[in-house]
Design a protein. Structure first.
Length: 133
């Protein structure tokens, strides 16, 4: 992983065999942007990742994704979360409330997640500018 130590942006597209992200991803300390798209079999993100520099997280068309880990709250530099077309995603972790740098949370085509925000989970995101479509 020494060769990737300076990596700023990681994009994973159409990785249908990918079910979980590899643990070594958590060692990319310079990573600022993670974009994951069209990874139909991705079911979860790792529980332990040291990605303090990440500012932007995009999850698009990850139809197998059900939940996001509590570690999301440890991404203290996170400014933007964009989630689109993840129909099985049902909730965001409680730790999202501790993301003080978060400026944008955009959720598109995630029907189960959007329903929860109109009901029991609204308190988790009151402090964040939100786009729900």
């Amino acid at each position: 992983m020494k060769n990737l130590a300076a990596l700023k942006s990681l994009t994973l597209l159409v990785c249908n065999g990918l079910e979980i992200l590899p643990e070594w991803l958590g060692q990319l300390n310079s990573l600022e942007e993670i974009s994951i798209g069209s990874c139909a079999n991705l079911t979860s993100l790792p529980e332990s990742m040291n990605l303090a520099a990440v500012r932007k997280l995009m999850l698009i068309e990850c139809k197998g994704l059900v939940t996001l880990p509590g570690l999301l709250g440890q991404l203290t530099s996170l400014e933007e979360i964009l989630i689109g077309d993840c129909p099985n995603l049902t909730c965001l972790p409680e730790s999202i409330r501790s993301l003080s740098a978060l400026k944008l949370l955009k959720i598109v085509w995630c029907p189960r997640l959007i329903v929860r925000f109109h009901r029991e989970d609204a308190y988790k995101i009151r402090h964040i500018p939100i786009g729900l479509l």
